[in-house]
Design a binder for this molecule. Sequence first.
Ligand SMILES: N[C@@H]1[C@@H](O)[C@H](O)[C@@H](COP(=O)(O)O)O[C@@H]1O
Length: 325
Amino acid sequence: MKDQFKQEIKTVIEATQAKGDIDSIYLVACGGSHAFLQPAEYVLTKETTIPATVLPSREFITREPKALGEHSLVVSCSHSGTTPETVAATKYAREQGALTVAFAFADESPLEEEAEYTIHYAWGPETDASDLNTGVLYGWLFAYLNVINPSEKYDRALKALDVLNDVTTKTREQYTPIIAKWASELKREPLVYSVASGINAGQAYSFAICWLQEMQWVNSAYIHSGEYFHGPFEITDFDVPFIMCEGLGKARAMDERAVDFAKKHSDKVYVIDNKDFDMSLIDEDLQDYYSQIVSGVVYRLIAESFAYERGHSLDVRRYMWKLEY
Ligand SMILES: N[C@@H]1[C@@H](O)[C@H](O)[C@@H](COP(=O)(O)O)O[C@@H]1O
């Protein structure tokens, strides 16, 4: 990880220690950045007793959480640093006395002006995975957990960032031919559902709302694997396509149940099975946490292959950033 990002994380950790007791954590952002923060909520709720809540930026403000105050830590993210709801949420959190930390790709953005501290990350195809948004997020997350409850587990989790790029590069190579086939089979589908749970929930959610709806104009919805049986499974039929993720953690049981049912009733079930990832470079007890980053590589490949097969660039928007909304 770049020295700049390491230093920014260090500054945030020192500020958190100086602040003293944190009794609530809020993770706030919009769209893809909201999805990006979801794994942090997953890890925090599994590893600490401090309540952590992930909310869309505007709902964070409109809900007015009662626990929000001087002992809160509010982590926001906006890739562009300009999304008005996230800038406003960060300003609101700071006014309530919370410690505000923003993640952003952009430098010197409106978000950076409102947040007390900003942690930047890098972007682009040649970027080392440890410098990308999720790599830097985990760099902060495990450093923070190591402060709350020091453990060699978090030292190892931080060390895993050094091999992350090898893992994701290998996965990209492994899945490129597989996903090219999926995309060619699915390219005419007007609708594709996205199903997952546990640490993969954020990836599957952003696959539906960002990659498919926003960037490909393909109808989609994110369905939680457990919730699939509480309504959505009624739409399953032989010609209804599902891209389903099977994770590594305890949530896997929910994913498997959904996949098993869907496969019985649909001929178009595509499974991203995290057990097929080569994560041997990462300690077994940390693989669940890191698997969503690897799933993200596969979801991105699907989006890129869709864009190619459908002749629809991932950069085209009708409304976003073009109209007043
Ligand atoms: N796919 C995301 C959207 O979901 C998001 O609304 C937008 C602004 O996000 P950010 O606040 O991260 O700049 O960026 C991307 O296009």
